[in-house]
Write a protein that binds this ligand. Structure first.
Ligand SMILES: [Fe+2]
Length: 238
């Protein structure tokens, strides 16, 4: 089972669409079994840009999960991609009855950081519903990324989220985010956790007073699930 995770597309102009199409052209050769988009789909003209993205993703003919990011418009996403009629856009997408893609909407409208508290009970119920193994997708990272200026725009109430996922650890394969435009690999609730590279230009690397600019090309994560094992590949396009 091949799950492609795109993140942080930030559609706003021709240049952003060109980067998206670079990724999708490559992805069409891989033929994934499902696609997840972990937030920050479009910066402006939300509804029309979501419709354009949906049309591109529909050409793959596979299940698609989208979760909102802080620059997204939750109501426009609801209109274009469906989901619950009110409140957070939590969603679950089944992949061939053997895998669940669980989208957790931790966004707070108007805020850059996220918060797991409002959606913790929904996730607990979903993870304990007896379904197949799950990959959990959310926008803001629920773990310390080590980059001081980004710790304040994380997903809040990480301990509560960790407890929920920890209690369902046997049915979760990994936790995957976006938001920082920088691929990172960590652990959360004793499970693999990662931030996907962005389709939009990459963010700088800042750690312990060291700082560099970056020129990463657009990228994505490719999650391979086989015999209950998860291996995640990082792909750069360009
Ligand atoms: Fe973001």
């Amino acid at each position: 089972m091949i799950i492609a995770q795109l993140s942080d597309i930030h559609i706003k102009d021709d240049a952003s669409l060109a980067r998206l199409d670079q990724v999708l052209d490559w992805l069409s050769t891989l033929r994934p079994d499902a696609i997840a988009v972990s937030g920050d789909l479009a910066n402006l003209s939300h509804q029309s840009n979501y419709e354009m993205l949906r049309a591109r993703l529909e050409t793959f003919g596979v299940p698609v999960l989208v979760v909102p990011g802080n620059v997204d418009n939750r109501e426009a996403m609801r209109t274009v991609f469906g989901g619950p009629q009110t409140g957070p856009l939590n969603r679950v997408v089944a992949v061939a009855d053997s895998l669940r893609l669980v989208g957790l909407d931790v966004t707070i409208p108007g805020a850059v950081h996220g918060d797991a508290a409002p959606v913790r009970d929904w996730l607990e119920h979903e993870l304990n519903s007896g379904g197949p193994p799950a990959l959990v997708f959310l926008h803001q990272h629920p773990f310390n990324c080590g980059m001081d200026e980004y710790e304040t725009i994380d997903c809040r109430n990480q301990e509560a989220l960790s407890a929920v996922i920890g209690r369902a650890r046997d049915s979760v394969l990994g936790i995957f985010c976006g938001h920082l435009h920088r691929p990172m690999f960590a652990r959360f609730a004793e499970l693999p956790a990662a931030i996907a590279p962005s389709v939009a230009p990459a963010g700088k690397l800042v750690a312990d007073g060291h700082e560099t600019t970056t020129t990463d090309p657009p990228g994505l994560l490719v999650h391979h699930v086989k015999d209950g094992m998860l291996v995640s590949h990082m792909i750069s396009i360009g």
